[in-house]
Design a protein around this ligand. Sequence first.
Ligand SMILES: Nc1ncnc2c1ncn2[C@@H]1O[C@H](COP(=O)(O)OP(=O)(O)O)[C@@H](O)[C@H]1O
Ligand SMILES: [Mg+2]
Length: 505
Amino acid sequence: MTTSSSGTIVKARGISKTFSGVKVLNKVDFDISGGEVHALIGENGAGKSTLVKIISGVYLPSEGAITVDGEESRFRDPHSARETGIALIHQEPLTFQDLNVTENLYLGHTRGGGKLRINWADLHKKTDTLLESLEVGMRSRDPVRGMSIADQQMIEIASALSQNARVIIMDEPTAALSQGEVKTLFAMIRRLKEQGKAIVFIGHRLEEILEISDRITVLRDGNLVGECPGDATPDTLVHMMINRSINELIVKETAEIGEVMLETRGLSYPGKYENISIKVRRGEIVGMAGLVGAGRSEVASAIFGTQPALSGEVFIKGKKVNVKSPIQVMRRGVAMVSEDRARTGLITAFSIKFNMTFAILGSIAGKLGFIKNKKENELVDTYAKNLNVRMRASDQAVRELSGGNQQKVVIAKWLLTESDILILDEPTRGIDVGAKMEVYRLINELAKQGKAILMVSSELPEILQLSDRVYVMCDGHITAEFTRGELDGNKIMAAASMVRHRSAV
Ligand SMILES: Nc1ncnc2c1ncn2[C@@H]1O[C@H](COP(=O)(O)OP(=O)(O)O)[C@@H](O)[C@H]1O
Ligand SMILES: [Mg+2]
């Protein structure tokens, strides 16, 4: 048999790992081939990071063997894995802020050649050639300080390639990226694949996984559940990850529906949305369905005051509010969990406790302005427990948490404000299935407590299962409204994809 760039490069067999007596990986097999994107998925704690750390030399396996090009390898450290062409790209890039791109690229492997003088002009030239071939818009002499996480990830990828990496492992690379940055990363992954590189992609967002992968391996509680092709259905993947289907996860509970808490009349922002009139009642979950770009998030921002509408009216608890800023709207009891939580919702250098409570410091402060520490701790512990935030302690910095857990912290922060009206914009985007269940349970619970909930979601099962009423938006207009009894996935999709014609009238 002949070997080519598209054959199997790495074969991991029967890999087990035990940390202080706890087995976190149990006889897992995993293959990596050139020219393919192999996704690794599973809930938080399933063992994904541990497996790729073993493959890339960070940890030694407790049992099992790894072969590279058919030869058994026992990596002592990440450096020896890199020498055989295996590179792990960190989720939080390990770049040196005070250095430029070239220096970051070659820092790792110029030291080895101790006696040699470094020819920087030459390295800058090599770097620029590499950056050009990768089609990334940065130059060798650009300082790293101030670059986005996405650009710093590109530097890590470029660094791996400059060391002739053939296997590039990315552990949750999209967790901190915007949608536009994810597109850029995916374009890069596709180019690497065409060059015959092997990519291992760990992620949570099923739509991303299905878009980029050729093959998907699922882990559950440290065990290999199985492998499926890149065109599997989301339901198959969810089933493999948690052993249940999406619809079974979402149970609607009945809440008593009361008076109108939030109402808009004819909200318009030409070019974004037009004539949006909606109502949300006490105890009611109102879904806003539609395709990405239909204008739903813009309407949510208009109500919350992040970007007010140009015309139309907003009524909060029956009173007309001339919406100007989020603070003014928050004071009237409205909270919003925005879509881009990673960017706008958190101060990641600060503690979990700080992030959860800084929106409500006023209400838990004592008469003299001291924060009642005991009350604060109790609240944080309760919410962290309810949302199952995986953390060491509540004074741990948010940036040390995984993406899904960071998002739970943002949600907890808003829940803690005890607002009567909640606007949730894609509340489960980017979190794993277990965390989704917890969020669904909370949404039900909040409705039962009498909160009015407006939920923007692109996930049809979520809309269908949770909503009491649904508005569908398409191209900036409300194209349909359904009560719970009338809900039907096909009707919603039809209303969400109506063609552009209304504005011509
Ligand atoms: N260095 C470590 N020491 C002890 N336990 C660990 C260590 N790394 C991971 N674990 C545990 O191993 C399990 C799998 O973790 P991990 O591989 O990070 O999962 P995933 O990446 O799928 O979320 C978890 O229960 C985690 O707490
Ligand atoms: Mg992980």
